[in-house]
Design a protein around this ligand. Structure first.
Ligand SMILES: Cc1cc2nc3c(=O)[nH]c(=O)nc-3n(C[C@H](O)[C@H](O)[C@H](O)COP(=O)(O)OP(=O)(O)OC[C@H]3O[C@@H](n4cnc5c(N)ncnc54)[C@H](O)[C@@H]3O)c2cc1C
Length: 304
């Protein structure tokens, strides 16, 4: 079994979700090679990196598919980010292969995905090859097994003639992507407006400063629909699915469409002034109270 792992590079750095894809690949084979469209500044692995040079982005998917077929890769892994899911689905179509999006486990020659609003884990087996799978961030671990030197091999890939990338718009600030964060501080309608998110950002900055890991700001759809925060922060069925170590839900009622996006978080803390709020059924720790009183108290306590 030979696997190819696509690495997502942003500003010269490998996005952490790419390492989850490496972790998944190593669960099925030791014969792993890498592909990327930019050369990373550094890498926590060694091996062959196929650096795909294309006259303009996006590449011609059929050209990458030919490369995959010629090099006899049986399976292709990508990070389960927007980029990975877009490229993975396009590649699977060009390869006439199987596609599994956002896998959370590998078992018995099959691919596990969460379905029905993440209520059920289902095992899918491919009936065609090759297989393309995107890996849900934080579902697999890469333990640094592939140490050594990166051998870069440049290959030319034709550009997609039908589409051309004309501009990339950086996200606001230097915010951590919610799918990659160790901790998510999420706000719902209960934060009351864009000002409320300022308090959440202060809380997140403090947690980060105190060394608890990378902290991102999440949101319910209600907060996004109100225009208080950008859709890229939305957690849930029509947002992103996240599994941080700690999810702190502030002023979020716990509608099933929201729960679908965060119930695989390792620890859930809910702050809500309504003791009957459904979010408390899913929380490991629940705090009944006004978030504008509770969060400043937590911050004071953390500052010691
Ligand atoms: C097809 C479909 C897809 C959807 N997809 C998503 C999705 O991806 N993500 C998502 O989140 N939703 C989604 N929804 C919407 C979902 O059904 C809920 O409407 C939404 O999650 C509610 O957001 P909320 O909890 O922020 O708001 P509300 O339900 O209004 O809850 C606000 C909570 O804040 C509490 N509160 C108020 N003030 C305070 C305070 N000062 N301190 C503490 N607590 C306070 C209240 O007690 C309440 O529990 C979807 C709905 C549909 C139909």
């Amino acid at each position: 079994m030979k696997a190819l792992v696509f690495l997502e590079i942003r500003d010269g750095n490998i996005r952490s979700a790419s390492y989850d894809a490496i972790g998944a690949a190593l669960k099925v084979t030791q014969d792993v090679e890498f592909a990327a469209f930019d050369e990373p500044a550094s890498a926590d692995f060694g091996g062959k990196l196929h650096l795909m040079n294309t006259p303009h982005f996006p590449p011609k998917f059929e050209a990458i598919a030919d490369f995959i077929t010629e090099n006899k890769f049986d399976i292709v892994f990508l990070p389960g980010t927007k980029w990975g899911n877009w490229l993975g689905a396009s590649l699977a179509a060009a390869l006439n292969g199987a596609f599994f999006a956002n896998i959370v486990d590998l078992e018995d020659n099959g691919f596990k995905r969460e379905i029905l609003s993440n209520k059920i884990r289902a095992l899918f087996k491919p009936v065609v090859s090759p297989v393309v799978a995107t890996v849900r961030p934080k579902s697999f671990e890469y333990g640094g097994e592939l140490s050594g030197k990166v051998n870069v091999e440049k290959i030319e890939i034709l550009a997609n003639e039908g589409v051309e990338l004309t501009e990339t718009i950086p996200r606001e600030g230097n915010e951590v992507d919610i799918t990659e964060a160790d901790i998510i501080v999420a706000g719902g309608r209960g934060v009351g407006g864009p000002e409320g998110f300022k308090l959440l950002r202060k809380f997140a900055a403090l947690l980060n400063e105190l060394g608890y890991g990378s902290v991102a700001i999440g949101a319910s759809r209600a907060a996004v629909d109100e225009g208080w925060i950008d859709h890229s922060h939305q957690v849930g069925q029509t947002g992103k699915v996240v599994s941080p170590s700690v999810y702190i839900a502030c002023g979020i009622s716990g509608a099933m469409q929201h729960i679908a996006g965060m119930n695989s978080s390792k620890t859930i803390i809910a702050i809500n002034k309504d003791p009957q709020a459904p979010i408390f059924q899913y929380a490991d720790y629940g705090i009944v109270g006004d978030l504008f009183e509770v969060i400043p108290m937590m911050m004071e306590k953390l500052k010691g």
